[in-house]
Design a protein around this ligand. Structure first.
Ligand code: BMA
Length: 334
């Protein structure tokens, strides 16, 4: 595993084997798509129709991930995957086999939109779980072999649970987006605190949908694990607008205060990526770009963004931290 490095901007590890492509000549976009997109196509495993909205992390000398795969009945579940290059993935056909704290089977009825974060020596996984309705699921693993499902941290209805990668002010912090039971037509980002990953409280508002950027007028939800930088927490999120043909999911970016992440320092008025390519505009649900993970290399500031496309594909986009932060500051409307 890479050594801890104090980068010029990102506070975190080096990841020399991060997947990467330079910005295409002539592009001024804040992020640019991987030329291999989509990196995971229809029917990626015998039991599964579509893998998307999935989370990856460095592990050992390669990468692992927790993938949302909808089976051929349409039900969403979580599957383990591994890769040497973070672009070509070997996905397990079987669902992740969750157990409770005593090792007894503890299966999900459904599960989707996972995020994965390493905090100290443990990998925590959050997802959208079923607690008599959409709620945030929480579990952990140390080896990606035994997966322990914990208590649900928050009441339903809630989705887009995203943990910060370290304690802040001595407590764990969880972003979430309170919602309703269906295709929620509203939604702001909140956060909650916990001393122990079991009891959650001190709920605070972070930011609302809306503003003058119409792309995020209906609802917003946290995306990948926030990245710690010297400028603040770099938080990518999804923003939703509505059209005659339904919702459109785009990606935006904000910077939150390091010690008080309820304080939004900067936030893009425009999106940084919106569905444009055929694999984003056409699929099971058209016009969806839904980010759930990043990989980053602190010394170079390279960031690879993993996003679900059209509720059908896994896709990757690239950015560089200093260029992105400059873009966010120049386009900011808080
Ligand atoms: C949201 C979630 C996401 C999905 C999006 C677009 O409510 O269910 O998993 O990508 O809708 O369908």
């Amino acid at each position: 595993m890479s050594e801890i490095t104090k980068s010029p901007t990102i506070i975190g590890d080096a990841l020399p084997n991060i997947p990467w492509e330079d910005r295409p000549a002539g592009s001024n976009d804040p992020v640019w798509r991987c030329s291999q997109n989509p990196i995971i196509d229809w029917n990626p495993i015998p039991s599964g129709a579509r893998a998307y909205n999935s989370a990856v992390v460095p592990f050992g000398d390669g990468f692992v991930g927790v993938f949302r795969i909808d089976d051929k009945s349409g039900r969403a579940g979580l599957h383990f995957g591994k890769s040497q290059d973070a672009l070509n993935w070997e996905l397990e056909d079987e669902l992740i086999d969750w157990v409770d704290e005593k090792g007894n089977p503890n299966p999900n009825s459904y599960a989707y939109d996972p995020r994965v974060v390493k905090i100290e020596d443990t990998y925590y996984i959050t997802w959208c779980d079923d607690l008599k309705g959409a709620s945030i699921g929480l579990g952990y693993t140390k080896d990606f072999k035994t997966f322990v499902k914990s208590e649900n941290p928050l009441m339903p209805f809630n989705r887009n649970g995203v943990l910060f990668p370290r304690k802040i002010g001595g407590e764990y912090v969880l972003l979430s987006r309170p919602s309703d039971s269906a295709h929620t037509p509203f939604g702001d980002i909140f956060l909650s605190h916990s001393p122990d990953m079991v009891y959650w409280g001190k709920h605070r508002h972070v930011m609302s949908a809306g503003g003058s950027g119409w792309w995020q007028g209906v609802k917003i939800g946290a995306g990948p694990i926030p990245i710690e930088t010297k400028e603040g927490w770099l938080m990518l999120y999804h923003g939703v607008s509505t059209t005659c043909s339904g919702f459109v999911y785009s990606i935006g970016a904000a910077i939150l205060d390091l010690e008080n992440p309820t304080k939004v320092l900067y936030r893009t008025r425009g999106y940084i990526l919106t569905p444009e390519k055929p694999y984003e505009t056409t699929g099971f649900v058209p016009n969806v770009a839904f980010p759930c993970a990043t990989l980053y290399d602190a010394p170079s500031g390279k960031i690879a963004i993993y996003y679900g496309a059209a509720d059908t594909y896994c896709a990757v986009a690239f950015t560089q931290v200093d260029e992105l932060i400059e873009y966010i500051k120049n386009d900011s409307e808080v």
